[in-house]
Every structure is written in structure tokens, then in C-alpha cells.
Design a protein around this ligand. Sequence first.
Ligand SMILES: Nc1nc2c(ncn2[C@@H]2O[C@H](COP(=O)(O)OP(=O)(O)OP(=O)(O)O)[C@@H](O)[C@H]2O)c(=O)[nH]1
Ligand SMILES: [Mg+2]
Length: 348
Amino acid sequence: MAPVVPSPVAFVGIKIPELMASVAVWLLFVVLVVVLVLVLAWARRRRQRARPPEGQPHGTAMGDALSRVREHLESVWSRTSGSAAPWEQMEEELIAADMGFKAARRIVDTVRGSGLSGADEIRSVVRAELNRSLAGYDRDLHLNGTPSIIVLVGVNGAGKTTTVAKLASRLDAAGKRPLIGAADTFRPAADSQLKVWADRLAVPMVGGAPGADPASVAYDALRSARARGAGVLIVDTAGRLHTSHNLMEELAKIVRVLGRDGDRVSEVLLVMDATTGQSGLAQARRFARVGVTGVVLTKLDGTAKGGVVLAIEDELSLPVKFVGVGEGSGDLLPFDGPSFVDALLGAY
Ligand SMILES: Nc1nc2c(ncn2[C@@H]2O[C@H](COP(=O)(O)OP(=O)(O)OP(=O)(O)O)[C@@H](O)[C@H]2O)c(=O)[nH]1
Ligand SMILES: [Mg+2]
């Protein structure tokens, strides 16, 4: 008769089914921990990909974006130097750079009055005049309230949705916990366009059904932002023609409804396409009536007409707060007068 060998399991007093069950539980636990670690690492990588690497500038520099205008103006200074400078031609060239009639006239009068004639001297007189024109505007992005509310408005295709994404990226990188409100319920693809951005940036978004009342969608997004403890709500709106009374009323309603519970909309930013030039000013005048607090000038990278900043500020008395210099999430620069003037004239 074979000797009876006691099973090691029986030896330590645990039955085999119990042992298997506890091993299964431990295995499950280990798998869950591994999955959790992988998901967290993946989410972190995605967020880092959406941000510019440390130490690199956030998107295209202003100087690169304005290189075409700068080259154009460079030829203006050299051609108009000398005592018999063709002032009319200089004025025309400045208007061609989209500075607007008022700014162009002011610059020519200042250069003429200075009695200076060398290209470098003219450039330094123009630099002082431009800096003076652009000084004194409050260009800060004001974030008051919990959450702070930013609404973007503008005509079709100006760059609102892209700017919402760029702002979300900036504010997220600054630790402001943004939430995107997709209140363009008019264009069927608008919601999915913004969702792609929101997913890429790992920023939460609240939208609504196509055709839903944009003011209700904006209000739902505000409630969600409050519930999630978001720091800033950024609301995208549908592009509209400034001439449509009803659509302009709809914008006013969005702003009103967002303030219903005593919140205040911190910023209503008018998004303007720099390539539209002067014709954008008539549109902007009508938009300004919905309480616009500042302008985001997009597509500055694709134009030889960056001078429109001066025309906007002269004509609308609204500060340009940001400029768009590309299609990426990092291609939004806070506008500041001296860097803009350096980009226009060369920094020396
Ligand atoms: N080069 C360049 N392209 C831009 C910039 N901002 C936006 N765009 C492009 O302009 C096009 C329109 O941008 P959208 O953000 O969809 O414009 P929108 O105002 O939301 O358009 P609607 O919702 O249809 O009114 C897109 O192809 C963008 O990639 C910019 O600063 N530079
Ligand atoms: Mg849009």
C-alpha cells in the first residue's frame, strides 16, 4: 500500500478551493492596479502632448506672424526717407497695411513734423508714435467669479471655436480648471469639432442637442461648471451676421441668462479675422453692443495686414487682448503693444 503523503495545502490547514479563490482575488486586484497605473500614465502623456514643452515659447512668435507686414513696411521707410519724401505714398502704404485712415494720417503727420529724414530716424519716430497709440488699454483677461465666465462671439469662420480651444489650453496650463460650453447648436458639426479639441486637451465640455436654445445650453454648462468646481467656463457661440437683429438678440440673451443667478460674465471676447481687414470693423461695431470687453484677432499669421490692430483700437476703443498666430492649441498670444511694435518694425 502506497504511503499517504499529506498535501501541503492540507498541511497548512487551507482547502484548495479557498486557496484558488483568494489567489483569484489577489490576481484581480493586481490587474486592476496595473490598469489604473496605465490609464493614469496615458492621461498624463496626453495632457503633456497638448502643452508646449518646457522652455519653448507658447506657439508661433509674434515676430514670425508679422514678418510679411514688417517686410512691407521696411520698404516704406526706405522709400520715404529723404527730404522730398512722398508723404501721400507713405500714407497709402500704411493704409494698405490696414492701419486705418486715422492711424496712417497720425503717423505721417508725426514723421513729417519731426523734420527727420533717415530711414532709421523715421522708424524710431514711428515706433514712438505706435507705442503711444497702443498704450493705456487694459489688456488683461479678467477672471472674476467662481467660475469666471468667458463668452466668444463673432461672424462666421472668424476662429471662435479654435480660440475657445486655445484659451482652454492656456487656462488649463495655468491651473485654472476650464470647462468648455459648446453653445453653437446651429451648425451641426460644431459640437463634434469642439469635442475633438476638448478630448485632445483633456478638458471637460458640455454641449446640447442640435437646434437647442443656445442660452439654455450655456446655462447647463454653467451649472455643470459649478458642480464640478471648474475655475473658468468658456462658451463658444455660433457665427452670425452682425446685420441679423434676432441673432444679435440671441447673443444678448446668452449673456443675460449666464448672469441669471447673480454671476457676472467676466469677458465677452469678439473674435475677428485679421485677413478680413477694414470690413471687419463695421461688423465689430454692431457686436460691441452686446457688451464686448475685448478683441481676439485671429489669423495674424496669414496676413500682410497686421496693422488692423491700430484701426480696431482707434475705431472701436476696444483692447485687442489676444492674437491668433496659427491653428494649433498653443498659437494664441496675449497681445502687448511693445512686442507688437517690435514685430512690426524690427526690435532695435
Ligand atoms: N492660420 C490660422 N488659422 C486659424 C486661426 N484661427 C482659426 N483658424 C482657422 O480658421 C478656420 C475657422 O476656424 P473656426 O474656429 O472653426 O471658426 P469659427 O468662428 O468657430 O467658425 P463658425 O463656428 O463656423 O462661425 C479653421 O480652419 C481654423 O483652423 C489662426 O490664428 N491662424
Ligand atoms: Mg465655431
